[in-house]
Design a protein around this ligand. Sequence first.
Ligand code: HEC
Length: 310
Amino acid sequence: MQNTKRRRPAKRVVVALGALVALTALGAGLSVWRDVTAFEASMRKVYARPVPLVSRSAEPGVLAHGKQLAESVASCTAAACHGVDLAGGRTFNIGPLATISGPNISGAALASYTDGELARLIQRGVKRNGRGVLFMPVQNFSWLPPTDISAIVSYLRTVPGVQRPNGPLRASLFGKVLDRHERVILDVARRVESEPAPSPIQAQANASASYGELLSRACSMCHGQHLSGGAIPGAPSSTPVPSNLTSDASGLRDWTFDDFKRLLTTRRRKNGKALDPFMPTDAFAKYDSVQMHALWSYLRSIPPRRLGQR
Ligand code: HEC
């Protein structure tokens, strides 16, 4: 009797703590459920986006331009995207966020798309059925002017078909939650829709910092919105930390354009070390001189920040 009485207060504390843990878990569970439901509803949304008019061309100059853009700015042919032959990229896991394999888009794989629907996909991240794509980083090149988009579409139509089945493509629960908290972009069309379109002058290809700013969207995915690097939110600790690309002492202060070009084309860092394979350069190495100079001008024009201020 005595014993039970003495244990009682401790028991009450245990029960109270247990209830608190259960309530917290329930709260967290509810919040995850809310985020996942919102993510899925957004991915099911049918976007009322008109299909643009595209004038397909067979002119060699246009096709060469389309090929250059598909290999560089749009990164279609990157190994982690649709692969060199466009018949599907390699499967990779972005930490615990998602498993991604870019599908086969070679030859007849795109036959069900009209040219206009293909242009809309590249500009808005909206598929043939009006729904958004998962992960395809359309926000990096949605700003390309209509003539560039037509050139890419014209080029894609000339790519020979290669038979290869598509790999897995799915977002995890954690990925869906981080997407709703704007920490990663898996639900692409939602972001592209709210993005202001650049002026035609800014989107004109030249070596200016303002054109470089548009190109740098392909870097901010990893190096952060302000390009100051630091750990990628949600990434496991084994993921290499993206460097600071601003001209701060912790960044590229002592770099020249040639150092920058060497990194993109040969993967050699200024400190002599090889670049970690986590940063893919297959698309960046294909940038032409104007594109590389534009990017470098932009990196030199932004205010220096300490490493990790994303
Ligand atoms: C998929 C993620 C990812 C993308 C996209 C990416 N980077 Fe990186 N980058 C990294 C990581 C991680 C490192 C650090 C690698 C290492 O330590 O070897 C890095 C390193 C660098 C460095 C080397 C800095 C140094 O101190 O040696 C430069 C320069 C650079 N990136 C520029 C760019 C530019 C420019 C772009 C866009 C055109 C870009 N990166 C896109 C992940 C990325």
